[in-house]
Design a protein around this ligand. Structure first.
Ligand code: IMP
Length: 421
């Protein structure tokens, strides 16, 4: 069966590791939205791999990896990532395919991203600065350039020159850095040459693979609450991070996909600005002191808090989550008591789903259920039965609140620190 893996929170749920574990049962891994704003850290034995756009399936020999038309691709960063993999002895030729229709992240998209953030003052989104929003903006405005265009020097040159002129005009008006078209053309056309052997129609490719009964694993990036439609707008990313988004971004029709797995952290974290009803400085301090919760892409310390049952229940509904994979359970090992938000109070109303208006979400006060901590090391445990009783109670409560079974538990960063329930 095909599997769609989505983040059930604000990203950084440990999806890279879950994909790595699930890849064992799949032949193909497909990344179909987002760009190099994502960062996956995967540990295999003593080796650490950080991936941004290349699906983590690349770390399993023989696994085919696709980057679909729903993604936005920074070719220079992708070339670096591929070369880094080659240096670590990982082969990519004939295993990695990039959609000719994916939109290209250009240096002027980063200028726009950073410029808008700097000008936003109190209304910053806290983006990764990778130019993701402006690239999707150009795509929707129909002035973008696509990966296939890198192979057509004349077309690419005309498109880039036009857009550079427009963006430089805006940049000069706002005092932002400007971009040199000639340098951009040189760098990007050379990256295009490097990538040419990887570029194809990934929508056709995935359907051919499905026809051959290959099992596909869709690797969602970011998380449900960062979805452009269903997330905490405007503090979201610019793609559809939910399960349906993985269909549009890949070209595999909804009636061809299989089960949906939601990756979930045992607590909550968020990077960037925006509302976070269950945020707790105490939890953040405790996790940061353990060296945990620093972003793989930007190195930023993540904001942390209690598990939010309202949000994960919402994620379960809109993604159609069949089962959860819960990660970072060991991050809670030292706590005496734990809390899970089961509802919000907004004025005199009780809410069981997040409100649409951001100002309402800021005003929501979580209603908590309290649990006893287990205060013991879970990192060496490999079965649900062996978990401390209070950890079992906590996980059972998560299932009840979110409305889906937990099938995978992760108790550390290593491949082997995972077990099925
Ligand atoms: P952008 O995707 O760079 O435009 O950033 C928009 C929001 O999404 C910011 O709050 C980012 O911190 C957040 N974001 C983007 N990618 C990730 C990710 O991979 N993990 C967690 N947060 C992310």
């Amino acid at each position: 069966m095909n599997t769609l893996l989505v983040g059930a929170q604000w990203g950084d749920e440990g999806k890279g590791k879950i994909v790595d574990v699930l890849t064992e049962k799949h032949d193909v891994v497909f990344r179909s939205q987002g760009g190099n704003n994502a960062g996956h850290t995967v540990w295999i034995g003593p080796k650490k791999y950080v991936l941004h756009l290349v699906p983590s399936g690349i770390l399993r020999p023989g696994c085919i990896c696709l980057i679909g038309h729903g993604t936005v691709v920074d070719p220079l960063s992708l070339v670096e990532e591929i070369k880094g993999l080659h240096k670590q002895g990982i082969k990519t030729k004939g295993r990695l395919f990039i959609s000719d229709r994916a939109h290209v992240v250009m240096p002027y998209h980063r200028v726009l991203d950073k410029g808008r953030e700097a000008a936003a003052k109190g209304k910053k989104i806290g983006t990764t600065g990778r130019g993701i929003g402006p690239t999707y903006n150009d795509k929707a405005s129909r002035v973008g350039v696509r990966i296939g265009d890198l192979l057509n020097k004349q077309k690419f040159t005309v498109s880039v020159k036009e857009r550079v002129q427009e963006v430089n005009k805006l940049a000069k008006q706002n005092g932002w850095e400007t971009v040199k078209a000639e340098q951009v053309l040189k760098d990007y056309l050379s990256a295009g040459k490097f990538l040419s052997g990887y570029i194809t129609d990934t929508a056709v490719k995935v359907n051919e693979l499905v026809a051959k009964r290959k099992k596909i694993m869709f690797e969602g990036a970011q998380g449900t609450l960062l979805d452009i439609d269903c997330g905490t707008y405007p503090y979201v990313t610019s793609s559809n991070t939910t399960s349906a988004g993985l269909c549009t971004g890949s070209g595999l029709a909804p009636n061809r996909v299989g089960k949906v797995v939601g990756a979930l952290k045992a607590y909550t974290s968020r990077v960037g600005e925006g509302p976070f009803p269950t945020e707790s400085q105490d939890i953040a301090d405790m996790l940061h002191a353990l060296g945990r919760e620093f972003g793989a892409t930007t190195g930023r310390a993540r904001r942390c808090g209690w598990l939010d049952g309202v949000l994960i229940r919402y994620a379960a509904i809109i993604n159609g989550i069949d089962e959860f994979a819960i990660t970072n359970l060991d991050g809670l090992d030292t706590l005496k008591t734990l809390k899970i938000a089961v509802a919000y109070r907004l004025g005199n109303k009780t809410l069981t789903a997040p409100p649409a208006a951001i100002e309402d979400l800021y005003a929501c006060k979580p209603v908590y259920k309290t649990f006893k901590g287990w205060q013991s090391d879970t990192t060496k445990i490999r079965s649900f039965r062996k978990l401390p009783r209070n950890a079992q109670i906590y996980l059972q409560a998560v299932e009840k609140i979110a409305g889906a079974k937990i099938k995978i538990v992760s108790v550390g960063p290593k491949r082997e620190q995972t077990f099925s329930v």
